[in-house]
Design a protein around this ligand. Structure first.
Ligand code: PGA
Length: 259
């Protein structure tokens, strides 16, 4: 295993500033310098500032937004720009989560514009892809992943892609308790890396970290991370409690160190 795992907590619409601060106060003491794992927390927008203050002094945990607008400023009521995120201390932005795609109508072109903006300003995009159950049952996994990658990453710079993160999240595994088997995850990740190789070349594709997301828990992390193309996890439900999220971080770090 050559790529250091990256484990991100996607808190979705949970935890205001007080709860975010309480989580971080309980989580930071669990960490120690021997962990080989990048750790990212993605609180709601309104909790980013409080989270940045609570994290101050820790270089072990990075902050992410759960979304971002592609313009820097203007008449976009209710939106947040990359500059605002950076001002508040975010280093990452989750883009194109399946809930953004399905509930808020985001498409690959919009996600592409957001990813371009991230690269322009130096935020690390965590770009989500994944098929629905209907698409899987219809034998369309590869078609869907290829489209999401080709359109979502169109025109992006290979050098900046090497530092970017892809999150493969099969929609049927998100919040359902139904995790993809390690083999199913590996198959999809290997395919995604093949498309990334076509788009950006082997050297870049080998550097891009591909997270798995969908009902990741402390107990299933190691078997996922042990797959050659699974380089981390994007965690929803199991990231809401410090002990449970730490269990995932520790399992990923141990698997990486053993590998
Ligand atoms: P889950 O969510 O871990 O609750 O399945 C993952 C995600 O949506 O990022």
């Amino acid at each position: 295993m050559t790529r250091k795992p990256i484990i991100a907590a996607n808190w979705k619409m949970h935890k205001g500033p007080a709860d975010s601060t309480a989580f971080i106060s309980a989580f930071l003491p669990l960490l120690d310098a021997s962990l080989s794992c990048d750790i990212v927390l993605a609180p709601p927008f309104v909790s980013l500032a409080a989270s940045a203050s609570a994290l101050a002094g820790s270089d072990q945990v990075g902050l992410s937004s759960q979304n971002m607008h592609f313009e820097e400023k203007g008449a976009f009521t209710g939106e947040i720009s990359s500059g605002m995120l950076q001002e508040i201390g975010a280093r990452y932005a989750i883009l194109g989560h399946s809930e953004r795609r399905a509930i808020f109508g985001e498409d690959d072109a919009l996600i592409n514009a957001k990813a371009k903006r991230c690269h322009e300003v130096g935020l690390v995009p965590i770009i989500c892809i994944g098929e629905t159950l209907e698409e899987r049952d219809g034998g369309k996994i590869e078609e869907v992943l290829r489209r999401q990658l080709e359109k979502g990453l169109a025109g992006l710079d290979a050098g900046k892609m090497a530092e970017s993160v892809i999150a493969y999240e099969p929609v049927w595994a998100i919040g359902t308790g139904r995790t993809a088997t390690p083999e199913q995850a590996q198959e999809a990740h290997a395919f995604a890396r093949k498309v990334l190789t076509e788009l950006f070349g082997t050297e870049t594709a080998e550097k891009i970290r591909i997270q798995y997301g969908g009902s990741v828990k402390p107990g299933n992390t190691a078997e996922l991370i042990n797959q050659p193309d699974v380089d981390g996890a994007l965690v929803g439900g199991a990231s809401l409690e410090p002990e449970s999220f730490y269990g995932i971080v520790k399992a990923a770090s141990d698997a990486y160190q053993a590998g």
